[in-house]
Design a protein around this ligand. Sequence first.
Ligand code: GDP
Length: 311
Amino acid sequence: MNLTSARMLICGGETLAGAALAEEANRRGLDAATLAAADTSNWADPDAIEAAFAGQDPEVVFVAAGESGGIALNRAHPARLLESNLRVVLNVLGTAARRRVPRLVYLASSCCYPRDAAQPLCVESLMTGPFEPTNAAYSAAKLAGLMTCEAVRTEHGLAWFAAIPATLFGPEDHFDPDHAHVASGLLVRMHEAKQRNIPAVAVWGTGRPRRDFLFSRDLADALFFLAEKYDAAKGPINVGPDTDLSIAEVAQAVKKVVGYEGQLEFDVSKPDGTPLKRLDAGPLRAMGWQPKTDFAAGLRETYAAFCKLKR
Ligand code: GDP
């Protein structure tokens, strides 16, 4: 599909991924409309969703909607996260299916994989074992979205597929220290410690878990690439950098970017979550796509955006 002449709708304008998609569409001069949670009563208002679809009559839809966050948010609000993401599945994907939207890319999550699946994670491992318990409710809702793409493709012959992103970070993040994923969470907490001359910052868990980090602009670039070129009949596809970092390495990188000179202390009373998450990005790499932003450069851009917000 040629995106330069396609009508596009991005659902989830308020999320890190959705905002990055909207920015990338803007940079590329594409005809994209954006729909956000606030316009749709947190995806509970089917009339508002239908009106947005009728207004843009999209040929391609990106679904980056639904509440998500780090390990603390998942433990505190599993029901809220499940409900928000199931609403997206029923109301957004439901509307798109009724309207027979020809192309849809649903943003799933690496949490859809079983906790103990072989690494690197390949799509063949989906649904072969239990979820990581700290985010099982959210994972179930995201897996429902992934399965909806498979079912709609089978039943209606539409070219829908799910993209499974690595751990995201980027300038469009919400920077909530308690609810963010690790990179933004540590960035905010180290920034505050630097401002207030606090001598030590807690890094949750042992620092040993490993994650693969994807910069939000690279994700948006990959999703546009896939929307243009990917054969949906192949099913879900991973979007990741094919490298991973330990949380201790992440903490050191954040410390350097923020310029925090205090100590880092591992707080082992906090959970580690999944020991290792690294997506097998081989299929995407074989299509010729690579990320453009290394972790430190992405962190610097993210920190600059955070400092701008604080001013
Ligand atoms: P996950 O990938 O779903 O487990 O979610 P997170 O990105 O929230 O956490 C990744 C890892 O980073 C876990 O092992 C956390 O314990 C660890 N971590 C260390 N410090 C922080 C922090 O300040 N915020 C978050 N969210 N995680 C942290």
